[in-house]
Design a protein. Sequence first.
Length: 371
Amino acid sequence: MHEQDSISTSKKWILTIMAILLVSTVTLSIAEVAIRLLLPNPAKQSSPDSASKQTLTKALTEYHDTLGWFLKPSTELRHQGPEFDVVVRTNSHGFRANKDYSYEKAPGKKRILAIGDSFTFGHGVGNDETYTAFLEDLIPNTEVINLGVSAYGTDQQLLVLETKGLKYHPDVVILGFYKGDIFRNDDLFHNLLPKPMYKLEHDGNLVLTHVPVPKEKLNVQNLGLGHKLLRKSRLYRILSARGRWLLEHLGYGEAWDITEAILRNMDKTAHQANAKFLVLIFPNEGAIYGNSLVRFIQSRTIMQMRALLQRNNIEYIDLTQMFLRQVKKRPNERLYYKIDGHPKPIWHKLVAHTVYQHILTSKSLQDRKPG
């Protein structure tokens, strides 16, 4: 009798579990169909920003065994997008400029070195419309060298400073700190391109990995089930990718710890070279023009970026409030391209003037004894 009751109970549990699985499967299937019907498929939507940036990166960069990729020297090309049509030039040393800079400074000259991603590089603007070009025009007897490279993480920016930037003996090193760079720091690939990556050890030290950087792009066919679901299922993308995006933007995840260690190293490297280190927090388009929820999330991210810099005593300028005041003052003058999302020339000009005033106030370019 007891044995029959046990069998009956087991059958009930099995049937219950099967029912739950069936209902869950049907519910998820309905949700997937509904999302596919109601929301556009990102894979089928042209992304001007992504397409334009990847096309430029392919045409303008070449493989680098330490950095992953770097700008081709002495290259000129036309860069077109839905909202811009500009000419991009690199000099013989392979960074964005209309002229060459010698490694040694001329007597009486000062040097500012700018590192960063596409915002510093000047995606969507001409060579003379980057904030570095505007800044060089503002400060007498000062050269401003732009070592920004599109799609770089903070890890690659540190490596650029160490392998290329210090050769120019800068008096000031400026980092364009963009929130997207943080999340590139714990990835071995970006847009399928292999890149270096730092591992953070228990003692807080950074160990460089994935160097020499492989030449082969990421083969999506070799990705695991989760990545395949991410590519196929809209619902999975929302629950997985969007969930991770939200947590990271709120300040969670290993990428933040890695980034903090990288910034400490960057600050130390600059000061050991007798250069002042200044970080510019670059807000994205959503932080300025997004809806209330988007602005709230972006403000939390920027707050975490500020906190990271403050606890490490790193000097910084948060440009967010300045941009918000500018938008309130001139609501019809957009600072970012509406479709592309990258900054317009007016954005770069405002950054240059803000940095110029800060440098004047802090007297960063006054003569200093070698340290």
